[in-house]
Design a binder for this molecule. Sequence first.
Ligand code: NDP
Length: 687
Amino acid sequence: MSALLESYVAGHWFRAQDEGEPLLDAVTGEEVARVSTRGLDFAALVAHAREVGGPAVRRLTFHERAGMLKALAKHLGGFKDEFYALSLRTGATQRDSMVDIDGGIGTLFSYSSKGTRELPNDTVVLDGVTEPLGRGGAFVGQHVYTSRTGVAVQINAFNFPVWGMLEKLAPAFLAGLPSIVKPASQTAYLTEAVVRRIIESEILPAGSLQLVAGSAGTLLDELDEQDSVAFTGSAHTAAVLRNHRSVLHRGVRLGVEADSLNCSILGLDVTPDDAELDLFVKGVVTEMTVKAGQKCTAIRRAIVPEALADTVLTAISDRLAKISVGNPANESVRMGALASRSQRDEVRKAIEALRNSADIVYGDPDRVDVVDADAEQGAFLSPVLLRAHPGATEPHDVEPFGPVSTVLTYSTTDEAVALAARGRGSLVASLVTHDPAIARQVTLGLAPWHGRVLVLDRDDAAEAAQAGGHGSPLPNLVHGGPGRAGGGEELGGIRGVLHHMQRTAIQASPDMLTAITGRWTTGAERRVDEVHPFRKSLAELRIGDSIVSDSRTVTLADIDHFAEFTGDTFYAHTDPEAAAANPLFGGIVAHGYLVVSLAAGLFVEPNPGPVLANFGVDNLRFLTPVKAEDTIRVTLTVKQVTPRTSADYGEVRWDAVVTNQDDAPVATYDVLTLVAKTWPQEDAATD
Ligand code: NDP
């Protein structure tokens, strides 16, 4: 008998008390492993995450968490051969495994770098701007995100045992949550192998990752208000989870990715000679055959202009004829097996249902020639292409989770959009067109029903293919869809992190808000002392440290000089008559960039010091025109200090307000600088 998979619970590998259910190799039908959770203490599992894992992750800043994700990605990269070998047993070809294994590791890298670049080195995230709530500026509002104190339960489908885990784990971990991963039993042996490598690396804090290999048992019963469940799988299981009492009565957050009848639309503008026709055909064939069509994003409905239907059907069939099916270990094989024979039975049933309103144009669901394998022992299935009858309903309702697609025809662009919507909400749609008007009309029609829309033409095709095309969710783009697709949303860069966090509106005085958020708020106390803040290292700077500059009168000669020097001779700066007629200025005004440049001249401390560079300006607004003989001064205040974990400097965001002789603000902006952590820098100091 093969080995029983183990779960990782409360810091120990747990072995069930029975022999477990066999999991069969998708290619040979041999037993790979057994799986069971009998005797698993689900209460202890959840308690460990809440009491040990959660507090340990939340003690870390976003940057520290991001650093761990990067270390983990590097670590897992060293075990790819082991993962690829196991992945073959799920029926996956080399290309399929790349999507799953390299795609999963790539998602860790991507979240690591986004966490470092887009989140503060803190544990709280500010959402939007500070809202004034009173007339005097003493009462303001700010939305913030904080980590929930619960557990992120992640229930995954069988088709991506590695990516499915890592794409949920990375954003949850960055958000400060401990994860309990529950892979689909069918391919849990690969997930278990990856989790073993993660646990033995000791990179993640204890309790921040646990594994349930086998049935979820009473896991959901243990959850309450601060917990969440992210589910990927069938609409049937999604409905069971939606009706679970923890979701209904205890406020457990549930995110769902379920069945999705994605489509690809060929634009009405495309002719048989256009490159777009070939792109469309390639896209459909790729999505039918990668992962043997077992992808939640695969193209199930190919929607083509009536006039091109025969051309498209022939072209797809010709390409499918070149796809060799068989043992994924054999290099000549282009499409491997389905995950299990029972999954093949399900797909055959779905094809039967589709045949109520569609005819098979290519492939035989009951027969397939295979390379280097036994067609019956392995879960092999031929790609099957169907053509829908006019008014067909099944292609919009039945999801064949395998290498199956149905061609539907349309005559007007509105009709194409209406057909797409009959899927009742999908993860992704493609539109293949080179006509900008069609691109806008169809894309805006598709958007309310889809989480992602790929607009493909000869110009973006090469790069789109490198990025994975229609079927590849990307870490920086939203993955999820409305309606039937589950209504959930994952990934999308930092959006995927914020989904796990609680947004709270804080109402307070500017001083309190500064203390709570760690970011200086307009109206809060400023500290001005003898030392210019540019002379202070990161270690010495404090939020609220300020400098109020000397003043300077802007002369007409300054404005003329700036115009001549830069070449910016826009009439409002150079032509008194034309400037007088300008409804906003009523006369010559200084260039906005002159004001900002003069302000820099006013606040700068010129000598070598801890400020290393200015790397930009955020939120620049010119509020009041500056005229000749106006006198300006600038107040600069330390707003936020972000040490970089991997460098001996960090970022300082300064609040800059330029005012005129009447104390009216003429320009406001944030100055962004890089500042040394210590000064003189330690090396120099020890010399
Ligand atoms: P399931 O919905 O059966 O299983 C998905 C996950 O849910 C598995 O981990 C499963 O565990 C778990 N699960 C099942 N029942 C419960 C429960 N009562 N409580 C908690 N967890 C539960 O889907 P499959 O993976 O078997 O795939 C079946 C179909 O789902 C496919 O044919 C396809 O239509 C659809 N699918 C959709 C995807 C998408 O993203 N849109 C992706 C993959 C599949 P266990 O395996 O241990 O039963």
